[in-house]
Design a protein around this ligand. Structure first.
Ligand code: NAP
Length: 258
């Protein structure tokens, strides 16, 4: 049995949809105060209302993770609402497809700006509050794509997701003395609005390559994020947890069938 997280405060970026929404709802269900962050206030408000409707505590906040001023305003608002920031789930991310040759500088900058710079800016904004309490749990949403696998059309994305892990390793050393851990969840293919937008063919192909014969659910990822946030995970830092139903394991297509 893990120590209750009731009363802890958590910021979840990219929480209006998909994995972030799942993480926000999961932390809300265990009694954390949740700041639901996305660029669109209306969708963030809907998720915050869902959490409150289930008996939890949540506020929406509109912010773009690629903008330093937005991230500072987010941390300030969380401090005002909750009196501290215990947990940051830096989850916001985009995954537009573009093969090399067609990929523009703007495509590359957009993905790195949101996924990698957004990680740096959101973490940096929360540090003063975490250091003041000598406690912090930072959970990054990375991916198998980049750190472990390659996927044509997503070289910029893979670079951003591998970059998050490079950032994590040094951040974990710098922050260890402040009681702050930094870990990452590495989802395989998870059913979300963003993934569904990639189309049926993509989804079918991915599901067929997973030994467990199903795509991941947002709860699969949320449970792993929750674990990293527990008291009991306090001696774990700079670790990556792959949650992919075994997708990265088979050496060949035939191997998927066992
Ligand atoms: P999604 O369904 O498209 O949701 C993305 C969320 O991020 C939305 O809430 C979106 O809200 C927010 N967002 C996007 N850009 C933002 C920005 N600049 N600032 C603030 N919020 C922003 O995506 P998802 O599938 O849940 O993916 C979430 C994370 O998991 C991403 O980091 C992704 O790389 C990672 N991941 C996903 C999968 C998967 O299979 N789904 C696999 C591996 C890793 P707004 O548009 O309102 O801002």
């Amino acid at each position: 049995m893990f120590t209750s997280l009731k009363g802890r405060s958590v910021i979840v970026t990219g929480a209006s949809k998909g994995i972030g929404r799942g993480i926000a709802r999961r932390f809300g269900s265990v009694g954390c105060g949740v700041l639901v962050v996305s660029r669109e206030r209306a969708t963030a408000s809907t998720v915050a209302a869902e959490i409150r409707g289930a008996g939890g505590i949540a506020h929406p906040f509109a912010a773009d993770v690629s903008r330093q001023s937005d991230m500072e305003a987010m941390a300030k608002f969380a401090l005002e609402q909750f009196g501290g920031i215990d947990i940051l789930c830096a989850n916001a991310g985009i995954f537009p497809e573009a093969k090399l040759g067609q990929m523009t500088e703007a495509d590359f900058d957009a993905v790195i700006g949101t996924n990698l710079k957004g990680t740096f800016l959101s973490v940096s904004a929360c540090l003063p509050a975490m250091k003041a309490k000598r406690f912090g749990r930072i959970v990054l949403t990375s991916s198998i794509t980049g750190p472990v696998t390659g996927l044509p059309g997503w070289s910029h994305y893979g670079a951003s997701k591998a970059g998050q892990l490079g950032f994590m390793r040094t951040a974990a050393i710098e922050l260890a003395m402040h009681g702050i851990t930094v870990n990452a969840v590495l989802p395989g293919n998870v059913v979300t609005e963003g993934l569904t937008a990639l189309g049926d063919e993509y989804i079918r192909g991915m599901a067929a390559s997973v030994p467990m014969r199903r795509l991941g659910s947002v709860d699969d990822i949320a449970n792993a994020a929750l674990f990293f946030a527990t008291e009991e995970a306090g001696y774990i830092t700079a670790q990556s947890l792959i949650i992919d139903g075994g997708q990265i394991l088979p050496e060949s297509l035939a191997a998927v069938d066992g």
